[in-house]
Design a protein around this ligand. Structure first.
Ligand SMILES: [Zn+2]
Length: 288
């Protein structure tokens, strides 16, 4: 299996690094939501989760997805091949459909009890910022290999597109997890096309209805299509996290690593109440 990807490693990764550094500075300068915990502590916790997950992403997920695309292409297998589309159309449709399969995967992470155990590690972060963008349990990254590989093969996505999409996917993940305050008028337009920090902030709320919305990764269209879009929550009213996991002591790297294998708590606060919110606005209207 091919492991080295010169363009991905020498162009894609440095560009991602540059984007991340820019977002890191911007979110410090123009903060969107108030922090609840000291930044250095969270940086340490989130980097230790990422320290296991990122090698799995680069050494298993990326080569696995690339190999799936190569295999399918060699056998002339996959929807986009069978349609006999010209190359530009295969690339365009492939990019869009890859993003749609990742919307579906994200829904699955929330609906499947087993997958949620792993995805929960990402969601119990008590603040949301750039460092959350790579805070994924290594088990979630490993579980995504067969799903994303199969989706790529079934679609017949060109192999170079898999790498290009992954760079954009990671860049957009960094962007919408960041705690950067964009001008409201700009974000209101931007979220019609792509997932933005305010939109994804709502996905990380402790209110179940809000977590179970905004699953898209790059294009926000998939949430509009499936009516899972929810923009009508002001950012200063959001409590980030999962209600049953409010104790900062449970954010230690060891606890986060073992969490998927422990008994899962119901969606309620430690005092037994279930967080709710009265909403009056249309879900499609972004609030500041
Ligand atoms: Zn999620």
């Amino acid at each position: 299996m091919k492991i080295m990807f010169p363009k991905f490693d020498k162009i894609g990764m440095p560009l991602l690094g540059l984007a991340a550094a820019t977002l890191f500075l911007l979110e410090a300068k123009r903060q969107l939501r108030k922090r609840t915990r000291p930044k250095p502590e969270r940086l340490l916790e989130n980097s230790s989760v990422a320290a296991a997950a990122l090698p799995a992403l680069r050494l298993l997920l990326v080569p696995g997805m690339y190999a799936a695309a190569r295999q399918a292409n060699q056998k002339r297998f996959g929807l986009l091949r069978w349609l006999g589309l010209p190359e530009w159309a295969r690339y365009t449709a492939g990019f869009l459909l890859l993003d749609y399969t990742n919307y579906l995967w994200h829904v699955l992470l929330h609906k499947s009890d087993t997958l949620w155990r792993f995805h929960n590690v990402h969601h119990i972060d008590l603040d949301l910022d750039l460092s959350t963008a790579w805070r994924f349990h290594i088990g979630e990254n490993i579980a995504s290999v067969p799903y994303r590989g199969a989706a790529i093969a079934l679609l017949g996505v060109p192999a170079p597109l898999v790498l290009f999409y992954e760079v954009i996917f990671e860049g957009c993940t960094a962007f919408h997890h960041s705690n950067m305050r964009l001008p409201y008028t700009v974000e209101r337009q931007l979220c019609k096309v792509m997932v933005t920090p305010r939109m994804h902030g709502i996905h990380h709320s402790i209110v179940a209805r809000e977590t179970n919305s905004n699953f898209s990764v790059i294009f926000s269209w998939w949430d509009r299509l499936h009516q899972s879009l929810r923009l009508n929550v002001p950012q200063d009213e959001i409590t980030i996290g999962v209600p049953a996991y409010r104790d900062p002591k449970e954010q230690s790297p060891k606890h986060l690593f073992l969490m998927p294998f422990k008994r899962q708590r119901p969606w309620q606060l430690p005092d037994g109440t279930v967080p709710e919110r009265e909403t009056w606005h249309s879900p499609a209207l972004l609030l500041p």
